[in-house]
Design a protein around this ligand. Structure first.
Ligand code: DQQ
Length: 649
């Protein structure tokens, strides 16, 4: 097995910016097993943390003022309101963090009578998932010496959240992954209750800085520094935790459980690095900014990068530039004219990933949204389906920005324990600014997924009349890459008197202009199916609005599974057809409308539409239009994700 593909240069456009070398490792490499703790370490930690909590409590008003100040000059016209009164407490919430992101399913629910065959089928063929046990957020993705590295929140002991370590896998193409040994385990007082989410910063000289949140032995969230023990190892197998950890503790005014998930660093015009970290003050979601020259000592700025009232705790903040007219991605430190900045927060209260486009002012490290009515947490989402805790990285190998996201389960924890694993990652997506609309990003599966394509079938101008379903004869439909364009032809009925219900009515609510689209993961008798569809509506301003939706309500006969209708509006420009791309992989459907303007990930648990019984159909539930569909559909190979053969190198 090749472990040392040709090296490519790291981002050279960072120029001669000043930074200080990393400490050269007085700590020992991370042990793969949790050692016994030394009593003295516990005692020191307890004393330290008691003082820390006392300090935080006594000074809590100051940061509130700072957030309020930030809100003052960055105020928004709309406030999110989230009701959490009826939600039971999820696993992990006691530790101040998201775990399974559907709390209503976290108890001892009655499970479906699953068979082993059903459980086996739910494992995907080309999405990343560990061999067993629990996974959540993607962490510290990076490219190093020819290998893409993915780290992830992982419980090596069970299929539920807990004992969080960093799992590790590598790939040369972002698709064919090889599992590696755990990268970091909770073995220090400052991460004893979990090596939580973090991000990589690749310095101009190739050094790698990994900042991550540690949940201390006293349940305080702190930020820690780690770095590779041996940079010349393309697999980055061994990681060193800095001897001076933690490098950051919750600052004045921030609660001990509201300080987590440091971003990738970016360089400011003064040659100092910036890192932003999500938090909240009361119900205002905020992103704190720190500057550093060495990643071991930091200064907290007295104002936040951004704050949005009503959005609650911001987890997994991400912040990066996109080029307004370019077709390549940008390094996180790129700056200058022709850029916009994406600010993303994962909202702990709703378990949704929201982003907004805006302008970054590097002179004072603030960001303001292009459209305050669509600010972070109250406007656009990366993905309107089952998706959370996403993170991007810049790939210098192909000059692109790549987005990872966690697909959480919607079955019960009981089921997860029985099947022995939980959660997946999306297919990595490239991110570009949509310069046709100017209002959103475009997400698209990385081109390498196309290497899995096998035989394809074309369908040209298939007529789907109102109220009809047409089978697409492609045989088994479990692993697919589908491109589908739809054109509509009016039948002359009155289309003007309909209320605009968005996706709410699901695939069965018949209106004059929709819904129409695909039925994926369906069985021959249509006892189980997942519609992915468009629905058009006349809006009050006389324009046509288009919604892109996924209706999971008939995706399974299992009643213990949480199914819903997902979707949102999607811009369709004058010269465009209604187009979708849909990746089907057993129990996962990733759907991209209009080149990736609106994206929906569905997690489904069929009981009949499995293995050779899975079929694909077109449907048209509109009453007033004929639909003509043109499709190209590839069968997809498996990625055969497996352990790295370390014994062969
Ligand atoms: N998951 C991590 C946290 C993060 C949360 C813990 C988001 O660092 O805030 O597993 O899913």
């Amino acid at each position: 097995m090749e472990t040392n593909p040709p090296q490519t240069s790291t981002a050279s456009y960072l120029g001669d910016a000043h930074y200080t070398s990393l400490p050269d490792g007085h700590s020992s490499p991370v042990s793969p097993r949790r050692p016994l703790r030394v009593f003295a370490v516990i005692l020191t930690s307890v004393v330290f943390l008691v003082s820390l909590v006392a300090l935080i409590v006594s000074q809590s008003q100051q940061l509130l003022d700072a957030a309020e100040r930030g809100r003052g000059h960055l105020s928004t016209s709309k406030t999110a309101s989230f009701s959490d009164a009826s939600r039971p407490v999820a696993r992990g919430v006691a530790e101040g963090v998201s775990a399974k992101s559907n709390p209503s399913l976290s108890g001892d629910e009655v499970s479906y009578n699953w068979t082993n065959a059903m459980f086996s089928w739910q494992r995907t063929a080309y999405h990343f998932q560990p061999e067993e046990n629990w996974m959540n957020d993607p962490d510290g993705p990076l490219y190093h010496k020819g290998w893409y590295h993915l780290f992830y929140q992982y419980n090596p002991d069970s299929a539920v959240w807990g004992n969080i370590t960093w799992g590790h896998a590598v790939s040369v193409d972002l698709i064919h992954w090889l599992y590696l040994p755990l990268a970091m385990v909770p073995d220090k007082w400052y991460d004893w209750n979990g090596v939580w989410t973090g991000s990589a910063t690749v310095l101009p000289d190739g050094q790698i800085v990994m900042l991550y949140t540690g949940d201390t032995d006293n349940y305080v969230q702190v930020q820690n520094l780690a770095y590779p023990a041996n940079l010349s190892d393309p697999l980055l197998l061994d990681w060193v935790k800095y001897s001076g950890n933690p490098v950051l503790i919750p600052p004045t005014g921030i609660a001990p459980k509201d300080f987590r998930d440091p971003t990738t660093g970016w360089l400011g015009p003064d040659g100092k690095w910036r890192v932003t970290i999500g938090s909240k003050v009361n119900k205002t979601g905020i992103s704190l900014v720190y500057t550093t020259t060495n990643f071991t000592t930091y200064e907290l700025l007295d104002h936040v990068l951004h704050a949005v009232p009503g959005t609650g705790m911001w987890e997994c903040v991400d912040f990066y530039p996109v080029s307004i007219n370019g077709t390549t991605g940008l390094d996180t430190s790129a700056n200058g004219p022709g850029l916009k900045y994406v600010l993303k927060a994962s909202l702990d209260d709703t378990k949704l990933d929201h982003y907004a486009l805006g302008t970054y002012f590097s002179e004072n490290d603030t960001w303001i949204p292009d459209n305050p009515a669509e600010d972070v947490g109250i406007g656009l989402r990366y993905d309107y389906g089952r998706y959370y805790a996403s993170k991007t990285f810049y790939d210098p190998n192909k000059e692109r920005r790549i987005l990872w996201g966690w697909i959480n389960e919607t079955d019960t924890e009981t089921d997860d324990l029985e099947k022995g694993w939980a959660s997946l990652q999306t297919i990595p997506r490239t991110v570009l600014f949509d310069n046709k609309t100017g209002t959103n990003i475009l997400q698209w599966p990385v081109e390498e997924v196309e290497s899995l394509r096998l035989n394809s079938t074309d369908f040209d101008g298939v007529l789907v009349e109102p109220g009809s379903i047409v089978e697409l004869d492609i045989g088994t439909a479990t692993q697919l890459d589908i491109f589908a364009d739809f054109e509509i032809e009016s039948l002359g009925s009155d289309e003007n008197n309909e209320t605009d219900g968005g996706c709410n009515g699901g695939a069965v609510e018949r209106r004059s202009l929709g819904p129409f689209g695909l039925l994926v993961i369906a069985d021959q008798t249509l006892s189980e199916l997942t519609p992915i569809y468009f629905r058009l509506a006349n809006s009050s301003d006389g324009n046509l609005k288009t919604y892109f939706c996924a209706d999971e309500r008939r995706s399974t006969k299992a009643t213990s599974v949480f199914n819903q209708i997902y979707g949102s509006e999607v811009p369709v420009l004058d010269d465009e057809k209604y187009s979708m791309r849909v990746l089907v992989d057993h129990s996962i459907v990733e759907s991209f409308a209009q080149g990736g303007r609106t994206v929906i990930t569905s997690r489904v648990y069929p009981t009949e539409a499995i293995y050779g019984a899975t079929r694909l159909f077109l449907f048209n539930n509109a009453t007033g239009v004929n639909v003509k569909a043109t499709l190209k559909i590839w069968q997809m190979n498996s990625a055969f994700i497996h352990p790295f053969p370390l014994d062969q190198i």
